[in-house]
Structures are given as C-alpha cells and as structure tokens.
Design a protein around this ligand. Sequence first.
Ligand code: ATP
Ligand code: MG
Length: 497
Amino acid sequence: MKIFKSIKWRLQLWYGLILVVVLAGFGLTAYQLERNRQFRQVDDELHRRIGVLGNALHHPPPRRQDENEQPFDRPPPGQFPDAGPPLQRNRPLPEFNLPSWDAHFFDTNDPHGYYYVVFGTEGGGEIARSANYPNHEITSYSSDFFASVNRFSQFPTPATKPPRMFNFDNYRETADVLPSGETIWVGCSVLPELKELHRTALNLTAIGGLILLIGLAGGWWFVGRALQPISEISSTAVKISAGDLSQRINVAEAESELGQLAYVLNSTFARLEAAFAQQQQFTSDAAHELRTPVSVMLTQAQAALNRERTAPEYRETVEACQRAAQRMRRLIESLLALARLDAGQEALKRLRFDFSKTISDCAELVKPIAEERGVKIFTTLEPVEITGDSERLAQVVTNLLTNAVYYNQPGGEVRVRLESQGGMAIFTVSDTGAGIPAEDLSRVFERFYRADKSRSTGGNGLGLAISKAVVGAHGGTIEVSSAENVGTVFTVRLPAV
Ligand code: ATP
Ligand code: MG
C-alpha cells in the first residue's frame, strides 16, 4: 500500500503503536491496582465478619429477660476469643444466635448484602444461614470443597498467608474453619465494586484515548514539520527539472539537518543557474561573433557577383573574405580551446622548461606589431623553471603582450618581468595604456567581455578567459590591477620547480 511507503505514515504508525502499548500497559496496571485495592477492602470486611460469627458461635448472647436490659459486655473488636477445645465429631450442633449489636454486619439494606453459612464439624450439617443467602450453584458444599477450604485455613488468618477467596458471578466469598471444627462461610455482593471498576475502566480508556489522540495529533504535526523541508525540496526540484532554474527551497529551519541540506541544495541550484546562464550567454555571444565575419564574406561575395569585376577588384574581394575567414578561424580555435579546457579534455603536457625562454620568444613575436604601433617592449627575465605545457603558456604570454600593445597609446611602453619568489614564478606585464575602468576590472576575464567597445581592436574578448583557464589548469593564478590613464598590470603566478 502506498501510505506505508511514506516516511510520514511509517513514523506515525510506529509512534502510534508505541503509544498504544505504553498506554495499555499503564492503563492495565492502574486498573489492576485499583481492583486489588477494592477487593482487599472487601476481603477485610469479610474476615471481620468471620471473626464476628466465630464470637457469636462460642459466646451466644444471653436470652434477654426484658427489652430494657443491657446486653453483656461486647468483646473488643478484632479480638477473637479462645475457641476452646476442638469439638467432638458427633457432638450436638451448638446453638447459634447473632447478637443484636452485631446484626448490622449482616444488614440486608447494605448494598454489599453480607451473608453467611455456618457448618458444624465436618459432615455435621448446617448450623445457621443468613436470610439473605443468595441462591447460587455452590450452595451444595462438597467434601472436596471443605478440603480445599481446610488447606488454606488458619484461624485467625495470619497476615503473611493470603486467605483463600472465591468468586461466583458477582459474589465474593471466603471461609474459615474454627479450631473447634466449625466452618464459617461468609460472602457478599461485589456489584458496587464491579460497577466502580467498570467506571474506572471507562475513565482509563477515555483518558488513554484522549492521550493517544493528542499524542498522534502532536506526532503528526511534529513529523509533518520535521519533514516539511523534504516536500519543499522535492517540489522545488520538480520545478527546476521543468526548466525554472530560479526556484529555491524555502529554508524555514536552517539549524535542522534537513534545513542544512536545503541550504546546500540552494547554493548548488544557484551555481547551476549561474553556469547555465553563462553557457547560454556564451552560446549567444559565440553565434553573434561568428555572424560578423560570415556577413562580411556574404556581402563581399554578393557585391562581386553583381556584375563583371576587374581582376584587382576580385583580388580585393577574395582578400576581404580571407580576412573574415581568418577571424572566424581564430574565434573557432579559441572556442574549441575553451570548450576543451572546460571539459577537462585538454591534454596538457607536463614538461619541465624555462619559462623565461618562452616569454622572450613570445616577446620577439609581438615586437613587429609593437613597433608598428610605436610601442616599446622592455623585458627583465630571471630564468625560472616550471612544469607544464609551454605551448599553452606561450598562448597566455602572447595574449597578455598583444593586449598590452593593442590597448596602449602610441609611443607607450610595455614592461615584462619574470622572477622567482617563494617557490613561485611571478610573471608581470605592465603597460602605459589608458587602463581598465574599475567597474570592468572584475569582468575582463569573462568570455567575450570587452571593456571598451569603442577602443576595441576587433578582438573576440576570449584571450583573457583562455589565459585564466590555462593558468588555472597549471595550478596558478592570474590577477589584474589598473589605474585609468596610468596603465594596467597583469600578474601571473605559477608554481616553480
Ligand atoms: P582576443 O580574444 O582576441 O584576445 P580581446 O583582446 O578583446 O580579444 P581579451 O584579451 O580577453 O580579449 O581582453 C578582454 C578585454 O579587456 C579587452 O577587450 C580590453 O577591453 C580589456 N583589456 C585587456 N588587456 C588590457 C590592457 N592591457 N589595457 C587595457 N584594457 C585591456
Ligand atoms: Mg586579447
């Protein structure tokens, strides 16, 4: 069944089961204790009456001369008189008269309706029986029955030995055999006690039921509250899987374990959303960048095809198409490099080489462009050995140098430095260009980001993004600091050998 698969229901069921067992245990114990207490009272009363009857049997009250005459001294309560020598088996039955002062013990108006039967010595027959004696089956007292009474009999009953009690329907009875041989049998109705116990049982059931209800309701609320983050998490996950990455889990109880899980999931969703947005941005930027050279090529081709052209005109068109294609190739190569670096597919070489040699080679390559723009390059290179992919790192150096040249001013300078510090190779490229506005500084490493579009040299805005990815793959860092109209400094730190 489905509900038994739900954690909430399972917890509730288990919780309810424990509650029922505990409440039933408490209820039964309480009921049993109350029952014992009530019956103990009844038993005490019954034994008191055996004493009274024993007294009456061996101290029959004198026959009164007249009604005003005072009865003789009543024996102190609870004290059973000496019963005298055991009676002979076939001696005549003693006379039995219940004294008037003891009559109230067997008052017929009493709701308990105490009654008695007195038998002579074994087999001696019945001496007396109270008028209210009920007609129940056990009235035919067999010899077995007497034997069972005898076995438990002690007169007076010692406190250590529990007296034998008999229950018939709504009656409770006990018997005792006097040392003189007579058996006194007393009983009473326990209907009031049974009614009282019935009431107690109802009360206990009602209280137990109420506690169970409150417990279950409290448990339901508590479990629901504790599991609330789970339903929040699953509903948010459903919305996210449907494509809405902006959804977040509502973390109500940040301190709880599930609250912490929700918090972690939220930050994961946020990263996912950012990565997804970045990916989307990247794709649309890439498409946008590719569109420009493609448009150039199409326009040039269309113009050339419109009418007959001279050979130099065709040549110009082809050259324009070539430039556009080269730009496209650069862009595609950059995109490919980034994609591989992202996917960790770029197999970087791990070779030991002198980084200063790579830098001076790159500087030589960039020098003609620098000279073209009237920019001077100064290098101060300390030989530092590092481990990595020299070709990829050369790409980084070239990009930083070309940036420093392109974004410089005519007659400007570029200073290139490499030194070893605390086990790191520190490579800096500083220029005397216009600098990068403070608000753009944090974004220059983003893909397709170009700080000043008006000054743009037609680059793709991918050079620094690739540089950052390559340096990161070598376990290094790249930083930028810039002051407008003073210049920019890029610092690359790589672990030295
Ligand atoms: P390419 O992908 O061809 O390198 P790009 O040079 O425009 O294109 P990046 O090298 O990533 O791209 O540079 C990003 C932007 O940062 C540049 O467009 C430029 O605005 C700014 N920038 C980079 N280096 C400097 C510098 N030394 N001085 C001033 N601005 C710079
Ligand atoms: Mg660049």
